[in-house]
Design a protein around this ligand. Structure first.
Ligand code: PEP
Ligand code: MN
Length: 355
């Protein structure tokens, strides 16, 4: 159940509602939204009686039963699509947002050259890992704090927002100091301690789908972050493992419209990890635009053959510029359809969701 309080509900009203919920034998999860307080209710009990009673309680705007196992992130809970702001850039809104950069931050020269190149070509955010989750413990693990400082320098030089990976709950405060958006990688999608601590990190989170995770599991992980207090979550499809070996992962392109049906959160596509192959990135990016993703996050390196990680799937700067040019007609169509969808959405009746 979800209880949405009126915008100016008082502390006393909120506390009274929480008390009533507990009296019915349920547990309370409270979220302070920007405009209103939303209370998540979990547990077993007499749902109908509880809903009826709460709807009549002062300060309550709406009490809803959510049938999906993920509550706050479901479309049932919120019908309008969420727009997540990353340093002023709106993801999930009227702009198709491209985030680009190297797999790993390697040196000042590498990150500055990449940042300037991708900004010039139209990227809005710079990606780059300072903490790297590597399959082998002998591989490059990232520059850590030094890498974060280099990302900050690149932001100062270009104005690009910074998206960088967080691997451990121990590093949340440190990474949040430097990042505009905290990336949770595929390998950590079910690191529940990390997800819980991101609930209080004060930054938007880009949550990548685990390589062996279902869409439902991805949404349950997003639910962890939101239920722990942070509603600013962007989902990312980055390919999943299948029997197919021609590509590094299998790009589950249908996940994008599936997610659009199930959740109000924005979804971006990572064509680099989805394919593992530079030559395939432009075509899969086009597919992402055409199918209605909210943006792309992809790997670009000034000299991919020298990259310490993921060189084979990284575009060169020239390749990225070309791809951005080639994407323009698709992005124009994307923008038109976004605008018409926004107009249509206004015309729809209020909340068709069953209470
Ligand atoms: C990355 O973005 O460099 C990365 C490690 O991606 P993923 O977690 O999707 O494998
Ligand atoms: Mn990578």
């Amino acid at each position: 159940m979800i209880i949405s309080m009126r915008p100016h509900a008082t502390r006393e009203e909120i506390e009274h509602v929480c008390e009533r919920i507990r009296e019915f034998g349920y547990k309370v999860h409270s979220i302070e939204g920007e405009e209103r307080v939303v209370i998540g209710v979990v547990g077993v009990g007499d749902v109908t009686a509880c809903l009826e009673s709460l709807e009549a309680t002062p300060g309550v705007e709406r009490a809803m039963r959510i049938s999906a196992p993920y509550k706050f992130v479901s479309r049932e809970f919120k019908r309008e699509r969420s727009i997540i702001k990353v340093n002023g850039i709106e993801i999930g809104g009227q702009e198709f947002v491209v985030m680009a950069g190297p797999c790993s931050v390697e040196s000042e020269k590498q990150i500055m050259e990449t940042a300037e190149g991708v900004a010039e070509a139209g990227a809005r955010a710079l990606r780059g890992g300072a903490f790297k989750p590597r399959t082998s413990p002998y591989d490059f693990q990232g520059l850590e704090l030094e890498g974060l400082k280099l990302l900050r320098k690149a932001r100062e030089a270009t104005g690009l927002a910074i998206v960088t990976e967080i691997m451990s709950d121990r590093d949340v405060d440190l990474v949040a100091e430097y990042a505009d958006c905290m990336q949770v990688g595929a390998r950590n999608m079910q690191n529940f301690a990390l997800l819980k601590s991101l609930g209080g990190c004060g930054r938007p989170v880009l949550l990548k789908r685990g390589m062996s995770s279902t869409i439902k599991e991805l949404l349950m992980s997003a639910e962890y972050i939101v239920a722990h207090g942070n509603p600013h979550v962007i989902l990312c499809e980055r390919g999943i493992r299948t029997f197919e070996t021609a590509t590094r992962n299998t790009c589950d392109i249908a996940a994008i419209p599936v997610l659009d049906e199930l959740t109000h959160l924005p979804v971006v596509l990572d064509p680099s990890h989805a394919t593992g192959k530079r030559s395939l990135v432009p075509a899969v990016s086009r597919a992402g635009v055409a199918i209605g993703a909210d943006g792309l996050i992809l790997e670009v390196h000034p000299c991919p053959e020298k990259a310490v990680s993921d060189g084979a799937q990284s575009l060169t700067l020239a390749g990225f510029r070309q791809m951005m040019r080639d994407l323009q007609p698709y992005i124009r169509l994307w923008t038109e359809s976004r605008l018409s969808r926004a107009t249509r959405a206004v015309a729809l009746p209020e909340s068709p969701v069953a209470v």
